[in-house]
Design a protein around this ligand. Structure first.
Ligand SMILES: [Mn+2]
Length: 432
């Protein structure tokens, strides 16, 4: 299914009759802050966020799952859905696969299909947090029940390494250039294993995988303080992640998943530290109230998201780095919303936070910081945060052929209804 671009532009004209005036007004405001609004639009359009294959279906909790119908049941349909998101938002142009949920049986064909939607393959995600449900890729007698790379049993560790090497092979065929390793490894009860041994086992495995990493590839570690291990995780926090990356190699970088921090962690400061150490891989965007709740980006803590982008914009402005040097991905999958609407809201929240951070007058802020004028510092930050930057975000999206209001366009064009009529009401996405 592909959307008629003429219909999207008709909807844009009908739904935003005052867009030009609103944009002019905002451009004047931004100009007065000493910032070129065109540079903000350019920045917005270079910020392409990958869609993970597992976010395209309704997620679930251990209490149940309530799929809404029309979900993709194979990789081809997942690619089709990301194609729809790209048409509506202009903000996503790649899909991130999870192995073994999305094993590409014919990589060349998939690459062509993705290309026909203007999509590429983002990072390959390995999965050693569960045994292969089909058992095809897991030798008999081995299990990740007590961890994968941290496991006391050498055969299990070797299997985890082997699985990651297979992910690299699939990724090479698809044109990906990074491997994301999220480990569920840890302990649930005190005394269950030695912290030191587990850590060393993991680093040894990472080093073995790293040796096989193609020269133009990156490897990403991702920390998480708890779940599914409830007493300790091997990669528990940004310090452990950084240590792991440093012991593994130069092209091993650290991902920051917004949901993977203990309550009240200053995530923007974590980002700053990672940037300082040149180890920031990028982001897994989501939002949470309590823990790893995987809910829509910006729905609970939009100010935190803005403060994170404040660090990022400083980084992106300050040197030769470009937005596409970082891996940007949504990592969320919850139980209630239409997953495509949820992703459209997430892209929008990311774009808004970027634009708000991009209109912070940096020199004025630095001057206020130098003078210890903390009142002025707050005024400057919050003036940017409280500016309605939606006209700039709309404009950026429309220049890429997207919808002024993607969620509304999705509803007006009856995308979900059409997907249900094609795929049925009972399809189930793989992996959830
Ligand atoms: Mn993640």
């Amino acid at each position: 299914m592909r959307l008629d671009s003429g219909k999207i532009s008709d909807l844009n004209k009908a739904s935003h009759v005052y867009h030009d005036q609103e944009l002019d007004l905002l451009k004047n405001k931004v100009n007065n802050l000493g910032i070129d609004p065109e540079s903000v639009i350019k920045g917005l359009n270079s910020l392409q966020v990958a869609t993970p294959s597992w976010a395209l279906g309704t997620g679930g909790t251990r209490f149940g799952r309530f799929p809404g119908g029309g979900e993709p049941s194979n990789i081809q349909e997942k690619i089709e859905d990301v194609g729809l998101l790209k048409q509506l938002s202009g903000q996503t142009s790649s899909i991130s696969l999870h192995i073994p949920w999305d094993i590409p049986k014919n990589a060349a064909e998939l690459k062509d299909l993705a290309g026909s939607y203007g999509l590429k393959f983002d990072s390959m995600n390995s999965n050693t947090f569960m045994n292969d449900p089909n058992g095809e890729n897991m030798p008999k007698g081995l299990s990740y029940k007590f961890g994968s790379m941290c496991n006391s049993q050498e055969a299990v560790r070797a299997q985890a390494v082997q699985h990651n090497l297979e992910c690299i092979e699939y990724g090479k065929q698809l044109g990906s250039n990074s491997l994301t390793i999220w480990l569920a490894d840890g302990t649930t009860f005190p005394g269950q294993a030695s912290f030191t041994k587990q850590f060393k086992n993991v680093v040894n495995c990472l080093q073995t995988i790293y040796k096989e990493l193609p020269e133009d590839w990156f490897m990403f570690t991702e920390h998480k303080p708890y779940e599914p291990a409830f007493y300790s995780t091997v990669n528990a926090d940004w310090g452990s992640s950084l240590l792991m990356a440093k012991e593994t190699g130069e092209r091993c970088l650290c991902l920051v998943d917004l949901g993977h921090h203990l309550p009240n962690t200053n995530i923007e400061q974590v980002v700053s530290r990672m940037i300082m150490e040149k180890r920031l891989a990028g982001f897994h965007f989501n939002d949470s109230k309590y823990g790893d709740d995987d809910i829509t980006v910006g729905c609970i803590k939009p100010y935190q998201l803005f403060l994170i982008f404040n660090e990022l914009v400083e980084y992106l402005n300050g040197n030769e780095h470009q937005a596409n040097d970082l891996a940007w991905m949504i990592d969320a999958s919850h139980n209630l919303k239409d997953p495509l609407e949820d992703l459209l809201q997430s892209f929008d929240a990311i774009a808004l936070a970027y634009a708000q951070a991009a209109i912070i007058p940096r020199k004025a802020l630095e001057e206020a910081q130098y003078n210890n004028d903390i009142v002025a510092c707050q005024e400057i930050l919050q003036n940017a945060y409280r500016t309605d930057v939606r006209p700039l975000v709309r404009e950026a999206r429309m220049r890429l052929g997207g919808a002024a209001n993607p969620v509304q366009a999705y509803r007006d064009l009856k995308v979900r209804e059409e997907l249900i009529s094609k795929r049925g009401t009972t399809t189930t996405i793989t992996g959830l």
